[in-house]
Design a binder for this molecule. Structure first.
Ligand code: B12
Ligand code: SF4
Length: 476
């Protein structure tokens, strides 16, 4: 009798197991502060779309937005200019940005959805708070599998930044295909199997599972924003979009090109289907192109412009471009007709000496022509600048100021001014000796020509002189 019961019980267990196997995987995607609150996070929408395409259930938690809505007195800290409070442990703690009550609330909200896998989208600024929430989650639900993806994730980050063993795996670069493989392995085995694009770190030991090849971006589903609290984002008239991924340049200070691979533009059909969906569902006619450089492939860009014009889509769009010698005045005009109304250019410096060291890949005269043609086509031209690149002298610095003054009629605004930082993964970091870079006790880099005080001084002078000629419009 006993053994018959045992058999019955075992059978029941087996069928339960089988059923669980068939059931879709529930995945929670988590976005952490600090981030922009104007538009939904595009990365989460891309990942949710892929998970749903694979038949899984995806939930998203935008805790940046929750923070913004729940703590009006702390809103200033998710502002662009205060983001550094989150990445510096001392400042993070002294400003009392997070406490156990908030972490408990967020962890409980996730656990309530009963996910098997939790994927955090993490930047260098959000890693401290993401680690704290991961620890809370693992304490409350030890079996939960936690992964990180996003700009924070690289082998160098895991080597040089504080991490927690609560995280089971890190996904490097484009996440859709790697997440898809992780979800399928968790569904089948309950574990994260090694796959390209994954880094594991346990007890201080990092295991690299290999580099994933770039995604075929036309094969990806269009981003799914329905998982996000769309009514909460402050700009209801604009949606983020990626027209392309990657960049073919290797600027010495940049780390973005490393994980995004070479430039690939989506087909006009794919981009337009997303635009039409956003017009139909969200009623928007303006698009923020989040590409590293939307003008990475001029033939593909022209094909897109032709199609937008042919379909008479009444849209406006803007994004970040690169100075290109081969951009013709005619193409500028066509792009304007197709809705491009604003371009942001990472100019950084206007000393040829510095541009060459930065590996920007263009001449000053090309930059002058580019901004002049852009302006003539009626496109608003915004510029981003950087002071204190390792080889920059005072003469180089003043050449930049003089360029801006000389070209003030073609530069509508300064959209950002930064002091040169040495980012992990960048050539400046990898080849530190080449640039003579050392670090002081506060973590600031210096070489024989430049230290933090000189960089700060250049920034002050720039901010004092340039607005007399060209307005600053940062964080736009
Ligand atoms: C647009 C943008 C913004 C917008 C955001 C608006 C919006 N809601 O869309 C604004 C202007 C607000 C912004 C602000 C900031 N930004 Co910003 N921003 C970007 C930019 C240009 C595009 C982001 C994007 O949409 N990418 C496209 C999506 C699809 O990519 P993604 O989110 O990275 O997701 C993919 C992968 O990373 C991965 N992935 C991401 N999350 C996860 C999670 C899991 C589980 C998995 C598996 C995979 C995965 O898969 C996704 C799909 O392939 C990036 C540069 C870049 N090209 O990525 C910088 C970038 C993200 N920003 C950055 C920074 C530093 C900031 C600021 C802190 C600026 C500052 N003050 O210094 C502030 C944040 C604070 C604030 N309050 O604003 C850095 C982060 C650096 C780092 N290593 O962490 C970046 C990378 C630029 C850079 N190199 O400096 N930003
Ligand atoms: S700074 Fe811009 S152009 Fe240069 S490598 Fe990075 S993404 Fe490309």
């Amino acid at each position: 009798m006993k053994s018959a019961n045992k058999k019955k019980m075992e059978k029941k267990k087996e069928t339960k197991k089988e059923k669980k196997k068939e059931k879709n995987l529930v995945v929670a995607l988590v976005h952490m502060p600090p981030y922009g609150i104007q538009m939904p996070p595009l990365g989460i929408a891309c990942l949710a779309a892929k998970l749903k395409e694979d038949g899984h259930e995806a939930f998203a938690f935008d805790f940046n937005m929750d923070y913004f809505c729940s703590f009006p007195e702390k809103r200033q800290f998710i502002d662009y200019n205060k983001a550094f409070f989150w990445s510096d442990k001392k400042r993070f703690e002294s400003a009392n940005l997070i406490n156990d009550k908030i972490l408990d609330k967020w962890a409980d909200a996730i656990i309530q959805k009963n996910p098997s896998l939790v994927g955090f989208s993490v930047t260098d600024h959000s890693c401290i708070v993401a680690n704290a929430l991961s620890d809370t989650l693992k304490r409350k639900s030890p079996k939960l599998l936690i992964i990180y993806g996003g700009p924070f994730c690289s082998e160098q980050s895991l080597q040089f930044r504080e991490t927690t063993d609560s995280v089971d795996a890190y996904v490097v670069g484009e996440g859709e295909m790697t997440l898809s493989e992780i979800a399928s392995s968790v569904k089948k085995t309950g574990k994260i199997a090694p796959a390209k694009g994954i880094l594991f770190k346990k007890n201080g030991k990092i295991t690299d599972c290999g580099v994933r090849e770039p995604c075929d971006i036309n094969a990806l589903p269009i981003p799914d924003f329905s998982v996000l609290p769309m009514d909460k984002y402050t700009r209801k008239d604009v949606m983020p979009i990626l027209m392309s991924r990657g960049c073919n340049f290797h600027c010495a200070f940049c780390s973005d090109y490393v994980n995004w691979n070479h430039h690939r533009m989506r087909s006009p059909e794919s981009i337009i289907s997303e635009i039409e969906r956003d017009i139909a569902i969200y009623g928007v006619h303006e698009f923020h192109c989040n590409d590293l450089a939307f003008d990475g492939d001029l033939n593909a860009l022209e094909a897109l412009a032709d199609e937008i014009i042919r379909r008479d889509l009444k849209i406006r769009w803007f994004g970040q471009g690169r100075i290109r010698k081969d951009m013709s005045p005619e193409l500028f005009k066509k792009l304007r007709k197709a809705g491009l109304y604003r371009i942001t250019l990472g100019m950084e410096s206007a000393s040829q000496n510095v541009l060459n060291q930065m590996r920007k890949g263009y001449l000053i005269k090309d930059a002058e022509k580019f901004i002049s043609d852009s302006k003539k086509a009626g496109i608003i031209t915004m510029t981003m600048w950087m002071v204190g690149f390792p080889g920059e002298t005072w003469l180089d610095f003043f050449k930049t100021i003089s360029f801006i003054i000389r070209n003030r009629r073609n530069i509508d605004s300064i959209s950002s001014l930064t002091k040169c930082n040495v980012h992990l993964e960048s050539d400046l970091f990898i080849n530190m000796e080449k640039y003579g870079i050392n670090f002081d006790n506060d973590g600031n880099w210096y070489n024989k020509n430049l230290d933090i005080r000189t960089r700060e001084k250049r920034e002050r002078i720039f901010r004092a002189i340039v607005p007399l000629f060209v307005p600053f419009r940062e964080n736009q």
